[in-house]
Design a protein around this ligand. Structure first.
Ligand code: SF4
Length: 320
């Protein structure tokens, strides 16, 4: 990477508390790698590792990310932990922080994580020799409440792309896409197959922070912004990694289906992602129980077998 930009902090996971970065007057930037081959990264990882994580390392080694002053990793899965270790040993950025995050959302987890977030705030503050004031954190929480996050996320993809809102009608079948980071080509192929994507349950989509209304947050958290920050992230739409939070994931999926009048779903299972393998069974069970057919497509970060995908999407379209 080139010369580090002093104000920029890179991040990869939807559990990254970007408000802490903003509260210090720094700029959080989600680093999304382009799809493609990963010859440099392959030298550092085993063959059967997440292609998204490999693409991140490849892009960093090729010097194609904007050079941040540091990276805030979240220890969200084993592949991400491997990446953070390699990143640190190769000194790819001047600073690296690793934040662990609970796999469940309850008061014990929230209280634990609030303390951990406060520690992280202290580490960031010391690293940049800037004080982290609680008022600044409340302001950052308020600022993040307005509008879409500046991170390339596409929460309600269908609404942005097709002008759909939850209540509006379309003559095309209404589809839910589920996955981790969804390949662009899949979105395009779904549309080409004559269906409309009305919602994306993805870590650059609907699983970003949902609760944005900070009104009353002071009372709910006893005036502690770190407690509120922990609540805000741990109670957001749960990722497949929240293995002790399965019931909430089922409730969230049911709400999405109802709100967006979903008629069918496509699950993109990233190769070698154990969490996706486990999550798929839950999604299939829940959605099929509601009469919603679920098509599973396996692939990597760049896509998959396009001919096979097109045929299977066509079959889904006919079923709907
Ligand atoms: S796709 Fe799976 S393995 Fe890859 S970073 Fe996401 S959770 Fe981890």
């Amino acid at each position: 990477m080139g010369e580090a930009r002093k104000e920029l902090i890179g991040w990869f996971c939807s559990y990254t508390p970007v408000e802490l970065i903003r509260a210090l007057g720094l700029t959080p930037l989600r680093l999304l790698p382009p799809p493609g081959k990963t010859p440099r990264a392959d030298a550092y990882f085993t063959g059967n590792l997440c292609p998204y994580v490999k693409a991140i390392l490849e892009t960093a080694l090729a010097g194609e990310f904007p050079a941040p002053a540091g990276i805030l990793f979240v220890a969200s899965c084993n592949a991400m932990i491997h990446l953070s270790n390699i990143w640190r040993s190769l000194k790819l950025t001047p600073r690296v922080w690793i934040l662990d995050v609970p796999r469940r959302a309850d008061s014990l987890a929230v209280n634990y994580w609030a303390r951990r977030l406060k520690e992280l705030g202290g580490e960031l503050s010391a690293s940049f020799s800037r004080p982290l004031e609680e008022e600044a954190l409340w302001r950052a929480l308020e600022e993040e409440s307005h509008g879409p996050r500046q991170d390339g996320s596409r929460g309600e993809r269908g609404r942005e792309r097709n002008g759909l809102s939850p209540g509006r009608k379309t003559s095309r079948p209404r589809l839910l896409l589920v996955g981790s980071v969804l390949p662009d080509v899949l979105r395009d192929m779904v549309e080409e197959a004559g269906m409309s994507v009305v919602y994306e349950d993805a870590c650059n989509g609907g699983r970003l922070v949902g609760e944005r209304n900070v009104t009353g947050a002071g009372e709910r958290s006893g005036g502690d912004p770190y407690l509120y920050l922990a609540q805000r992230y741990l109670y957001k739409p749960p990722c497949p990694r929240m293995v002790a939070d399965r019931d909430r994931r089922r409730i969230y999926l049911r709400e999405v289906v109802k709100t967006y009048e979903v008629q069918g779903a496509v699950y993109h299972a990233m190769k070698f992602c154990d969490l996706a393998m486990v999550d798929f069974t839950l999604v299939k069970d829940e959605l099929e129980g509601m009469g919603i057919p679920v098509l599973k497509l396996e692939g990597d970060y760049a896509g998959g077998n396009r001919g096979q995908w097109a045929t299977r999407l066509e079959a889904l379209r006919e079923m709907l």
